[in-house]
Ligand binder design. Structure first.
Ligand code: F6P
Length: 596
């Protein structure tokens, strides 16, 4: 496989639009992130984009397969699988579609999900499992047992997860019953080609075989190029949004076909309908009314203050919208080196309504996700250092969350209400401590295009579009709040946890890029930081990457320490740690020291 021009795959490159995000004010941060997001639809450079013929053709094919399975769900299933946010979105979408099938069509649910690390990874990042193709393959094998037909959708934004490569390899050996689909956002010749421990293949070699299967109609690859992420490598942002757009559209069109076959007969012009939907999503992503920007900037300022003052951001919500809060929160520790408690999500009903395979994960109150647990354990301790973000739809009135509003208003915490319709009483905005954020979707523009769909599907599409708005808004809040805390340098995450193979290599390339050192120097400094030593042993220097990441996962601030080791002459680990204690914001430490 060819390497890219500058040696970095597109999803690992720095986006020129956000190069100064670390020194930008909230409103500029919003503008820069929004501008980057347009690339999901506008594409990037000369590469194939989401409207390209081959991508549309692949979408057609996947829709055909999904329609078949939804029509004949007995002994069939659609399984979506991924690592980190990709797996969480697989869970999110499968849960949503299963509910729709049961509620609107009275059908048995036929969607399922897999996530590297199992259900605990829905809540907490467990990246090391992403490196295991054999485990990935074994788990898929179990899920396919007893099924005659499976549509497998493997998601890896960077075309980089060994877990997914293992599953695609499994599919390639079972093409008689499994139709594999790969979702990712790099050109195929940039699939990750690093050796995988205890395996004789790489992502690149497996995906290249998948490409051969695609050429004879036995697989599909959906890999529109959407440009680099606003925060370098943070695929939860654009990658996650583009994943959701593709999955939503696959199901919306398949369900349209299933419903129409029962009433009006076959749907012609499937391609045209896919395009209509893509345009709808594009319009929603383009919409950023002035009022929304101003309100969001206030929310970001409040959330940034909370993190800067050792306070917290809490997302509270219901059902699918509430789950987006959990998904957003889960990615903050690995991305920004933050504590699990810094940004947390809660949903009404907790694990009992989550619908995950393993049910209550029994992780104790520090990881509970039920709003009741928030009420019991957190509400009494809220202070003006905390920001509470209520994620509400206009239909959520009169539930637990509504009554929580009154309780929260009695505290000194900042309360933000993110809603789809402006229902929050302006009079409730007291002393600037209560904010309102209205997600203005220009529905009137959509009435005509939505009119072609049956009513229950129109409702679902509207819900899906709202989810996209909530996802991008929460991503902006948590990202910008961490930017304001100094957790980003230029647009690089510099307190990233090096908890898997990809992230270990990402850490090295960030050091090379930021400090202009060689890869060898960067690697040695990273290993010193990982093992907290000034003198590496042979076993530490030459150990396998899995050993380095096991140690890195237990060691905080590996990259900040590495930055100091590389920037100050003869810096010892002890000195680096002392400096960090003095300047907790790495950006400040780095700035101060680079001037010395
Ligand atoms: O390894 C962690 C991570 O980077 C997460 O942040 C992300 O959600 C996940 O990997 C998924 O990456 P990909 O979709 O490229 O496999």
């Amino acid at each position: 496989m060819e390497a890219s021009s500058n040696g970095l795959r597109i999803t690992e490159r720095s986006n020129p639009v956000t190069q100064n995000i670390d020194t930008s004010a909230p409103q500029d941060i919003i503008n820069q992130i929004s501008q980057c997001e347009q690339e999901i639809f506008q594409g990037w450079k000369e590469y194939e984009n989401i409207f390209s013929e081959r991508i549309l053709q692949s979408l057609d094919q996947v829709v055909d397969r999904a329609t078949e399975i939804i029509t004949n769900p007995e002994k069939s299933c659609i399984v979506m699988s991924g690592c980190g946010t990709s797996g969480r979105l697989a869970f999110f979408v499968s849960r949503d579609i299963n509910k729709f099938l049961q509620r609107e069509l009275g059908q048995i649910p036929c969607c399922d999900y897999l996530i590297a690390g199992g259900d605990v990874a829905l809540l907490k990042s467990t990246e090391a499992q992403e490196d295991d193709p054999i485990l990935g393959s074994a788990i898929l094998d179990q899920l396919c047992a007893g099924k005659d037909k499976v549509l497998y959708i493997g998601i890896t934004c960077g075309l980089s997860a060994a877990y997914i490569a293992g599953q695609i390899d499994y599919c390639l050996h079972h093409l008689d019953k499994v139709f594999p689909v790969l979702i990712g956002f790099n050109p195929l010749n940039q699939a990750r080609d690093h050796p995988i421990e205890k395996w004789d293949q790489t992502c690149a070699s497996v995906f290249s075989k998948l490409n051969e299967a695609q050429s004879v109609g036995k697989a599909a690859i959906l890999n529109p190029v959407i440009g680099p992420e606003p925060i370098t490598g943070s695929s939860r942002m654009k990658g996650g949004t583009a994943t959701k757009v593709l999955l939503d559209i696959i199901f919306q069109v398949s369900l349209y076909r299933v419903i129409s076959s029962k009433t009006e007969g076959a749907v012609h012009n499937v391609r045209g309908i896919i395009k209509v939907l893509l345009e709808l999503y594009f319009k929603v992503m383009q919409s950023r009314p002035r009022e929304w920007q101003l309100e969001l900037a206030d929310v970001i300022t409040a959330a940034g203050k909370s993190l800067n003052n050792d306070g917290h951001i809490y997302y509270l919500g219901k059902d699918q919208l509430g789950m987006l809060g959990l998904i957003d929160a889960s990615e903050c520790p690995p991305t920004f080196g933050s504590d699990f408690q810094d940004v947390r999500g809660f949903i009404q009903g907790g694990f009992s309504v989550w619908g995950n395979h393993e049910g209550d994960l029994g992780l104790g109150s520090k990881h509970d996700i039920d709003i009741q647990s928030f009420k019991k354990n957190i509400l009494p301790q809220l202070s003006d250092r905390d920001s509470i973000i209520l994620i509400c739809s206009s239909k959520d009135q009169g539930n637990d969350i509504d009554s929580l509003c009154e309780d929260i208003q009695k505290t000194s915490a900042v309360m933000v209400c993110v809603e789809d319709e402006r229902t929050f009483q302006k009079s409730a905005v007291i002393d600037g401590s209560n904010l309102e954020l209205y997600l203005q979707i220009p529905w009137t523009q959509f009435e005509e295009p939505l009119g072609i769909f049956p009513p229950q599907l129109q409702k679902q599409i509207r819900k899906n579009l709202l989810q996209i708005c909530v996802k991008r808004t929460l991503n902006m809040i948590s990202t910008a709040a961490h930017v304001l805390k100094g957790k980003v340098y230029q647009n690089y995450m510099i307190d990233l946890t090096l908890s898997n193979n990809k992230l270990f290599h990402r850490g090295i390339s960030i050091m090379v890029k930021l400090l202009g050192v060689t890869e060898d120097l960067a690697t040695v400094a990273i290993l010193r930081a990982i093992y907290s030593t000034d003198h590496l042993t042979e076993g530490q220097r030459d150990g396998p990457i899995s050993q380095h990441i096991a140690s890195a996962s237990r060691t905080p601030k590996v990259l900040p320490v590495t930055i100091l080791l590389l920037s100050i002459e003869n810096c010892t680990i002890e000195e680096a740690l002392q400096t960090l204690a003095k300047y907790p914001a790495i950006r400040t430490a780095f700035h101060t020291l680079s001037k010395v």
